[in-house]
Design a protein around this ligand. Structure first.
Ligand SMILES: Cc1cc2nc3c(=O)[nH]c(=O)nc-3n(C[C@H](O)[C@H](O)[C@H](O)COP(=O)(O)OP(=O)(O)OC[C@H]3O[C@@H](n4cnc5c(N)ncnc54)[C@H](O)[C@@H]3O)c2cc1C
Length: 481
């Protein structure tokens, strides 16, 4: 009847799956991990790896409840905060060293973004600095090295190239196992105590983008995340939440590379303009994870998305100050390193260059007089140190004055999605009536507690916190005979 058997079966070997496996194994359960790819790591490996710390737990709970706009129950937020405050110590216990992350970038980015996105919301002052795991590599790779080393040390088996496809539910026990595809064969796997769904979001499922997020996106992360956990849970009657929530920023997309490259600015002499050459936002005032929002505008008269793509316009001062493409994280880090002075990308034609603003406009199909007028207006605001259109901070009003001038198309690019099966404070997956589906748990960005107003640094924290909660609780289920 069954090809494989374990107490706790974990579907998806990224940060949440590895953490759940460690927690379940430490609770003396026999654990089996399934990973659809030939190697683990998921988005976690390609992330910046930054984790939240807190200065005041009560204030932080208030802050998160408010930014989630009532979509996440207070007890779920409390469970997350209480558990995630232990993340740094837990990692230290696994042999990691954590250090405070620099939020200003590595190349002197002068525009300091707040530690907590939405700093004006009540409770934001309870948020502490972000930390990450120190190591020889960049970002989430160091975190992944610690997690995967600990999975190996516990001798937890991982079935690679094995996709969970369908959960098996029996009455009255609940979820008793699953069907998976391994080496093109269907296998049945028994879970004597429980199943943890930790298979990430739907960053690479274009039809789910359209259906749930209302538009298409490029993606920065792991291509294995195609929303299968959502289908498996929905098939059992799970309630879905946060399906319209996404952490998405601006990225570049070039035909030579299959993935988006994250946009960043090393200096303040830049603006964003839409397809008619108009500015549309405070370029330096928004947390990166929320950048998709101003870009998703639709002209309801024509149904045109006049900001997809938009363009970043900058000058020689910015070009020489550092990389405008971030390739230290994201899947692109496997295959491309952006040049430090952007010269390689100018040469490739990825960055358009011209000696005049009008010449630049012609290269990106914007009417030269429109773009010229936008830049003149922006310079007027720089002189007066007051941006009457979008309230950009005076210290960042730096003229785009020194030729050559540059432009790159920018696209909404997903860091990660948040939607999936709804979970409770114990990481149990809930059905559409709010009842736990027996022996089914979830962790990580699949059905994340975060809503649209994502405050940054919360998804890795959540993968670790709910990974431990799910792993412990699944291990504590009574075993089926
Ligand atoms: C460029 C980038 C930077 C980021 N930086 C940060 C940051 O600094 N801080 C932060 O908090 N968040 C950050 N994030 C987001 C964060 O990395 C993720 O949300 C988090 O790591 C998700 O962890 P997870 O374990 O839930 O999913 P993942 O780590 O993505 O793991 C999911 C795994 O499940 C596997 N899988 C999928 N379907 C199946 C199936 N059917 N069967 C078996 N396996 C399956 C996938 O192949 C994958 O390996 C970043 C993301 C990106 C892309």
């Amino acid at each position: 009847m069954w090809d494989y058997e374990a107490d706790v079966v974990i579907i998806g070997y990224g940060g949440a799956g590895a953490t759940a496996a460690i927690a379940a194994s430490d609770a003396r359960a026999k654990v089996l991990i399934l990973e659809k790819n030939p190697q683990g790591g998921g988005n976690t490996k390609y992330s910046g790896g930054s984790i939240r710390t807190y200065l005041d737990l009560e204030k932080v709970v208030d802050f998160f409840v408010t930014v989630c706009e009532g979509t996440t129950e207070r007890d779920v937020v409390e469970s997350f905060v209480n558990e995630s405050t232990q993340n740094p110590d837990w990692l230290t216990g696994l042999g990691a060293e954590t250090v405070v992350s620099q939020e200003t970038g590595t190349e002197g980015y002068p525009i300091r973004l707040p530690g907590a996105a939405f700093p004006h919301i009540r409770g934001a002052e309870g948020i502490g600095p972000r930390v990450h795991v120190k190591g020889a590599e960049k970002g989430g790779r160091n975190l992944w090295a610690v997690l995967s080393r600990n999975v190996e040390a516990r001798k937890i088996p991982v079935m690679y190239s094995t996709s969970g496809t369908q959960l098996i539910i029996e009455k009255p026990e609940g979820v008793t196992g699953l069907i998976a595809t391994s080496a093109e064969k269907e296998v049945k796997i028994r879970a004597k105590r429980g199943v943890v769904l930790s298979c990430g979001g739907f960053e690479y499922n274009p039809s789910m983008h359209l259906n749930y997020l209302g538009q298409n996106f490029f993606s920065l992360g792991h291509p294995g995340n195609t929303g299968e956990g959502i289908l498996m849970a929905a098939e059992l009657g799970a309630d879905l939440w946060h399906m319209n929530a996404v952490a998405a920023t601006f990225g570049y997309k070039f035909p030579e590379i299959d993935f988006a490259i994250r946009h960043r600015m090393p200096h303040a002499s830049f603006v964003y303009v839409d397809q008619s050459g108009k500015r549309f936002m405070d370029e330096t005032g928004l947390d990166g994870h929320a950048m998709w929002a101003p870009m998703s505008y639709i002209d309801m008269k024509t149904l045109q998305r006049t900001r997809i793509p938009s363009y970043v316009i900058f000058d020689e001062d910015t070009r020489v100050r550092g990389r405008v493409g971030w390739t230290d994280s994201g899947i692109v880090s496997e295959i491309y390193q952006w040049s430090h002075d952007n010269s390689a990308e100018v040469q490739k034609g990825w960055i358009k260059a011209a000696e005049s603003i009008a010449g630049l406009a012609a290269q990106i199909n914007i009417r030269p007089d429109y773009l010229q007028s936008t830049i003149s207006q922006y310079h007027f605001y720089c002189t007066g140190r007051y941006d009457a259109d979008f309230g950009r901070s005076p210290g960042t009003l730096v003229p785009i004055a020194r030729p050559p001038f540059y432009a790159i198309a920018i696209w909404p690019s997903i860091i990660n999605t948040q939607g999936g099966p709804k979970r409770n404070a114990r990481a149990q997956v809930l059905d559409v009536r709010g009842r736990p589906i027996k022996r089914l748990y979830s962790a990580g960005e699949l059905g994340s507690l975060w809503h649209r107003n994502y405050p940054g640094g919360g998804n890795v924290s959540e993968a670790l916190a709910f990974g431990r909660i799910a792993g412990r609780n699944a291990a504590a289920e009574s075993p089926m005979a």
